[in-house]
Design a protein around this ligand. Sequence first.
Ligand SMILES: [Zn+2]
Length: 851
Amino acid sequence: MMNTLKRNIALLLVLLCMQVAVAQERLQSPEQFLGYQLGKQFTTQNRILDYVNYLAAQAPNRMKVQQYGQTYEGRPLMLAYVASDENLPRLEQIQENNLRQAGLQSGQVQGNQPAIVWLSYNIHGNESVSSEAVMQVLYDLLDPANAQTKQWLQNTVIILDPMVNPDGRERYVQWYKQASNQGGNASPYAWEHYEPWPGGRPNHYYFDLNRDWAWQTQIESKQRLKEYNNWLPQVHADFHEMGTESPYYFSPAAKPFHESITPWQRQFQNTIGDYNRQYFDKNNWLYFTRENFDLFYPSYGDTYPTYNGAIGMTYEQGGSGRAGLTYQKQDGDTLTLVDRIAHHVAASHATIQASSEKADQLKQEFRKYYQNNLNNPAGDYKAFVLKADGRSAANLKSLTDYMDRQGIQYGYAGKSTSVRGFNYSTGKEERVSVGSNDVVISMYQPKSTLVKVLFEPNARLEDSLTYDITSWSLPYAYNVQAYALKNRMNVSSINTAATSAAAITIERPYAYLARWNNLQDLKFLTELMKQDVKVRQAEKAFETDGQRYEPGTLIITRTGNERMGDKLDATVRELAKQYDVNLSATGTGFVSSGADFGSGSVRYLKMPKVALLSGEGVSPYGFGEVWHYFEQQIGYPVTVLNTSYFRNIPLNEFDVLILPNGSYSQVLNEETLENVRDWVNAGGKLIAMESAAGFLAGKKGFNLKKKSQEAESEEKSKVKDENPYKNLHTYANREREALEGEVQGSIFRVDLDKTHPLAFGYGDTYFGLIRSADTFSFLENGWNVGVLKKDNYTTGFVGSKSKEKLQDALILGTQDMGRGQVIYLADNPLFRGFWQGGKLMFGNAVFLVGQ
Ligand SMILES: [Zn+2]
């Protein structure tokens, strides 16, 4: 008896102690955990993840974290899942159910299916409020005392990406901590409000990740989109910041909307807007809707989810990399990080609440969306055919890899046939022949809306006021011959093409030959160079052993590579296999037509030492695209220079100097430019891209001329005859009028001189994404390798005043200067890293021209 009593007292004590412990371990708010009020300091990624992990540890029944990858600089990329006690253990089933609803996985939906809401924070690194706000959002979702969020989680699963772009955000936050006063200085003149070059917005390679959703050129996007496409949420919201003076922005979005956006998706934009309005009105916060942020370009965090069946939204807070902790606005109000956090938290709540209260409708419309995609696809075209011809084989392979990542289904024609279709290269409806191994994409599939948006030749613009490129059609971007068909086409899963190249029968050939067709061939060349194999290149077409070889063919002779001995054969064959290069071999240096391998027109390709300019004045994006190309796409050494010490560089250490897009008047002053000119004259190769080419136009020694310089003088003499009221403009039309002189990223056919090394590997034409109407005249003294003639416009928006400038214009040109060359790339073939068709062209400029 006594013993029992003792035991009971002991038990009671234990229970009492446990209760005290539980009370002490109540979920800590961000402030309790971090030791400061949210918004009083910036929080580094380490500390944010500490808090996220802390929450997951405290609430294991309601929250789970997952590392889905890492950034180029090695920082972790994380997702947090929050759900009810009931739903968290069955996340996998919920995910599978969702794909079943979309027809992307077979089987029936099991159990109750919640709506899935995905919230992405801080894709632009210096829009730094978002990753602060997410800590509060997570706390609110998990706080046991919060009955409201508990209610929302009954029928929703929330997936949060606390920091989409950690490299960019840390760049900003670390700098701000160094540059700011204690607690921040609101003066708009304080250093802490002037972020230095290149700014924290983009990722490590200075790519704008919010232009990369559809293309996935960056590892952050690739890894994230893999998870995203496994989930396909019903709602996606992307948290941003804009200029300091702007009030908050939420949906509905501005026009233009892409025509593929369904009435339901438009309507629900309004619904979520209504929920946000209630939160903002209640707090007397200013906001705006339906302006600036449109839904057209498919690579944003609102459009890409939209084309995948979600309600995709952008939220924008005023602040960005300028506002710091506190900032005095022009209207006298002080904008604080604390306020900015409150707004993004409110918008997060509004989004979740709307999704929860309308969950049934969201799920129903999501199912309908995918059923319509499958059974009744929108648009004029019902199938797309991609030609499997030899030259574009590697480009086609990149494109099918891309479709695999997107979950786009495709097959093969299965038999040869002839059909009517829109021919992408002629721009006409015509009878076209389809081969049995041509790739066929049927529109009758769950992702047909995405297919339509990415493949159709002409995206219809309901309003020209968009702030991005207006065309991106993938057959043009990948330089693949394609047709769009109005009739349905059956798809076979069988590809009968020979998979392996004919084996080389000569044991120790006189020479190996590799055709020059695509980026794989370029990688093969650069790898040979790195392994010290001497490679030559045929400047003219030739025939040997009954085979024809086009200009640009690589010739690897035993002569010149003697020191490698038999290792030569193993190295060349191994690399060819690795890069999927169709290698052949010959026992003779004599050709039946063309130039023998000993001829002067067979050039030795020297391995170039490449320098690339970065720094103040250079566009971070333009620079980053080239940097990413060398490091991540072709794997070739490049030395990055900075404008701050550029004038002290002994340029003769390098063979190639690349000037990316940028403004060069400060960097290339008279003296520095003279140095560059001397270096070119002595044999250097200068590659000037976009506005770098524009800067050189008209300068001493450079033969390039801007068309505008010529046209202006003509226009002045004409002006008298015209309408005298021509200059009376309407103020309200100013944005629209400004567009008349623009081209916002439109596709043009570029006519090529394919006998020039800059165009080796291409046919007579190539499709370029033209982004500037500030064009150049044909070179009088130089090679006009890529030009726009009268009717080369293909698709996309072109303002009425720029049409003329985009006719008879130089796009790609070269000139000799002394013993060196200057290459002008008025069009950037590496734009956003997604224009596959331009990548070989850039390689030609670096590795072939002038050799
Ligand atoms: Zn942004």
